[in-house]
Design a protein around this ligand. Structure first.
Ligand code: IMP
Length: 231
């Protein structure tokens, strides 16, 4: 049986990251666009985990409906489909966890990130260095081919800097200082970041769960076959 993972994102960086992690030649990864599906549910959960599952469920439902209507644009013969999705954000301890699940929406979706970071640094002007701890958090949610729901969390610890440094990455990376690198996460390379990032950790944990699920299915099939031999 082939495995197809549809990742509920339009972000090419996320697709690249998950393709880098998956080495099994029997498992293919498609973005929503590549799979010809779209879903834009209200992410009204109260945690990263809930929001990741809301997205995964919405895409799973669209795929099920299209499969029933025979309108999927890819071949599903001998293929099991898994839907995965992520939700992530920046959690700053001195701000009581803000912006958290509202990281993308903070001060407006379309607001320039330099402005968002400047405003946060202003709010934190009087916060001493040792209290500037923060973390990027990512939840990866998945609906496996048997309909079971799974969710895992990953985090990357750092400190909110007092300035903006680096051109790599995106979003809040330029003021997220990684003490062990002596750099912000916008100053390290994409490969370095993927190795330590919240999303990388959550994706690897989810793939480990998926592989364990596959192995348990194979084990069940082998048991059935062995029982068949003795009938
Ligand atoms: P989403 O999970 O794609 O909805 O993204 C949530 C938001 O969190 C992003 O728009 C960024 O503002 C922020 N964010 C999540 N991960 C990162 C990261 O690795 N670097 C910088 N910002 C991030």
């Amino acid at each position: 049986m082939k495995q197809l993972i549809i990742f509920a994102t339009g972000n090419k960086g996320k697709i690249r990251e998950i393709r880098d992690i998956i080495t099994d030649p029997n498992t293919e990864v498609l973005s929503m666009r590549e799979a010809g599906v779209s879903a834009d549910p209200d992410e009204n959960g109260t945690s990263f985990e809930e929001n990741a599952l809301i997205k995964a469920r919405a895409v799973y439902d669209v795929i099920r409906q299209k499969k029933e209507a025979g309108t999927l644009c890819f071949d599903t013969t001998d293929t099991q489909i898994t839907v995965m999705s992520d939700d992530s954000g920046l959690v700053i301890d001195a701000l009581g966890g803000e912006p958290g699940i509202y990281s993308a929406r903070y001060l407006g979706y379309d607001t320039d990130y330099n402005y968002k970071m400047e405003q946060i640094m202003k709010r934190m002007e009087n916060v001493p260095d040792k209290e500037r701890t923060a973390r990027f958090v990512a939840a990866v949610g998945a609906i496996f081919p048997d309909g079971s729901e799974h969710v895992v969390l990953g985090a990357m610890e750092g400190v909110i800097a007092r300035g903006i440094y680096g051109q790599n990455g995106f979003g809040y990376d330029p003021f997220f200082y990684l003490p062990e690198y002596g750099k912000t996460s916008a100053e390290i390379t994409e490969e370095e970041k993927n190795a330590i990032s919240h999303r990388g950790k959550a994706l690897r944990a989810m793939l480990a769960q998926f592989e364990a699920w596959q192995r348990s299915g194979e084990a069940a099939q082998e048991t059935d076959a062995a029982c068949g031999d003795h009938k």
